[in-house]
Write a protein that binds this ligand. Structure first.
Ligand SMILES: Cc1cc2nc3c(=O)[nH]c(=O)nc-3n(C[C@H](O)[C@H](O)[C@H](O)COP(=O)(O)OP(=O)(O)OC[C@H]3O[C@@H](n4cnc5c(N)ncnc54)[C@H](O)[C@@H]3O)c2cc1C
Length: 276
């Protein structure tokens, strides 16, 4: 099964593999009672700092016939941008083996998953909490396979997650206020200079936190009491069923999730081939 960290636990639960009491709420016969199915849901919460810029050549200009033509005829120009043109990884706290924050920087305005627009050129430093500890869960809304599952993200539930996020925002501000960016950066749009104390940042981040589309860990590798699949990715309690997607991570990687998911798929293929 490779339906992703939201739909894999949904399908398992619809098939009778999941928390017995929750399945009973929806009249689903229990095949395996496993409360770990859909649990431990992790992601990388994110907050986007945006500031106006006087720099030329930002993606504000990209949506013009000139750049469309350059791209279509010569594969050059602003539309060749990958948007996230610069990045950084760093620690906000000691004790983590890997950095807990990732910056994704864009020569463009980006907020609310891209739903909002801004009338003038801007830059973004996206603060992604790759070392997040908070966990949520995926549950069923009904026994109808076409119904969307219920997702409780619980971003920033753990206090240390919020502290790391606030520190990430403060450091991003320092970067924007340092040379060479200082000369090109103007008014801060989000969170805005009025939001300066850590308490004020806590409030706005909690209200406007986004995520980086990296759900994981909802059918994690573990024992029968701590996980959903064994290290061979076999679902506990049933035969001939494996999970190969981002659900199986025991904890979310401190970095983007696509490559680790591909790795899980490759590894699953090798194990299935070896077993057949
Ligand atoms: C907008 C966006 C941007 C991203 N950017 C990056 C990035 O820059 N770098 C990075 O590393 N990661 C990125 N990711 C995350 C990355 O795409 C995921 O971590 C990865 O795709 C997870 O793989 P998966 O196999 O677990 O799930 P998915 O890729 O979601 O695959 C699950 C598949 O199962 C199918 N499916 C679900 N339910 C059913 C069903 N009932 N029947 C049949 N099929 C079903 C779905 O249609 C889908 O094709 C991004 C994700 C999004 C959404």
């Amino acid at each position: 099964m490779s339906a992703g960290a939201i739909n894999t636990p949904q399908l398992l639960m619809l098939s009778g593999i999941g928390p017995a009491d929750h399945l009973a709420e929806h009249g689903i016969a229990v095949i395996v009672d496993n409360p770990n199915v859909g649990d431990h849901c992790m992601d990388h919460p994110a907050y986007m700092i945006n500031a106006e810029t006087t720099a030329k050549g930002t993606l504000h200009e990209a949506q013009s016939p000139k750049w469309l033509l350059a791209y279509l005829t010569r594969r050059t120009g602003l539309l060749t941008s990958n948007v996230g043109e610069a990045g950084a990884f760093f620690h906000t706290r000691s004790g983590d083996a890997a950095p807990d924050v990732q910056y994704i920087c864009a020569p463009a305005y980006f907020y609310d998953h891209g739903f909002r627009t801004y009338p003038t050129p801007a830059v973004t430093i996206g603060c992604s909490l790759i070392g997040a500890q908070s966990t949520g869960h995926v549950r069923l809304r009904s026994d109808d396979p076409k119904a969307k599952p219920a997702i409780t993200a619980n971003y920033l539930k753990e206090p240390e997650d919020m502290q790391a996020m606030i520190t990430a925002v403060e450091r991003a501000r320092e970067i924007l206020a340092s040379a060479p960016l200082r000369a090109l950066v103007g008014t801060e749009i989000h969170p805005g200079r009025d939001t300066s104390s850590r308490q004020a940042l806590d409030k706005i981040i909690r209200r406007e936190v986004e995520h980086t589309y990296h759900p994981a860990c909802t059918a994690r590798i573990g024992t029968e009491s701590t996980g959903v699949v064994d290290p061979q990715l076999r679902v506990h309690g049933v035969q001939r069923l494996r999970v190969a997607d981002a659900s199986v991570f025991p904890a979310i990687p401190h970095g983007n999730t696509n490559a680790p998911t591909v790795m899980a798929g490759e590894k699953a293929a090798i194990m299935i081939a070896a077993a057949s």
